[in-house]
Ligand binder design. Structure first.
Ligand SMILES: Cc1cc2nc3c(=O)[nH]c(=O)nc-3n(C[C@H](O)[C@H](O)[C@H](O)COP(=O)(O)O)c2cc1C
Length: 157
């Protein structure tokens, strides 16, 4: 089975998680939607979509991609993940469910809130100010959830 991981990432965390998933599966290609805006979804049997969450929502590029390819994506073996730093489990699940069209969410064989990173050195002035206020720290931190990623991959196989 040929699989593509199609992702968007602002500061590199979702790209890293996409890579971690790719390393755990066979015959997988990772595609950055920023570099390849119109990947040929038809070339793959399986599609894994990944986006980071900012202010509760997925990236505009991922929303556009899902809208444009909705019918084709529904024919695929589909899995969905998001990267985010939300701590509340209910809100994590809401972010995951809201990140992708409801129709696709229902089709997905595997879903994952993969955690994320705060990387202050990569944030702009406004992002730093927001995160400092919310997280009450200005220390970079990684909360990538390896166990959940393992389970996500196991459900895809
Ligand atoms: C300004 C800002 C807003 C954020 N808002 C959210 C949010 O609403 N929910 C969440 O779960 N994570 C939020 N995050 C955390 C990011 O999703 C996290 O840093 C993620 O790892 C970023 O991935 P990326 O580097 O692939 O873009 C926010 C981060 C920043 C800097």
């Amino acid at each position: 089975m040929k699989t593509a991981i199609i992702y968007t990432s602002k500061h590199g965390t979702t790209a890293k998680v996409a890579q971690m998933i790719a390393e755990r599966l066979n015959q997988v290609l990772t595609i950055d939607l920023k570099k390849d805006k119109h990947p040929d979804v038809n070339s793959y049997d399986g599609i894994i979509l990944g986006t980071s969450i900012y202010a509760g929502t997925s990236s505009k590029a991922m929303q556009r991609f899902c809208k444009e390819n909705l019918e084709t994506l529904k024919q695929k073996r589909l899995a969905l993940f998001v990267c985010g730093m939300e701590l509340d489990v209910t809100k994590q699940q809401q972010e995951l469910a809201n990140a992708y069209p409801q129709e696709l969410y229902g089709y997905a064989v595997s879903k994952c809130f993969a955690g994320g990173k705060f990387q202050f050195e990569k944030m702009n002035f406004f992002e730093r100010a927001i995160i400092k206020r919310i997280a009450k720290t200005d220390k970079s931190v990684s909360q990538i959830r390896e166990k959940d990623i393992e389970k996500f991959v196991a459900d895809i196989r």
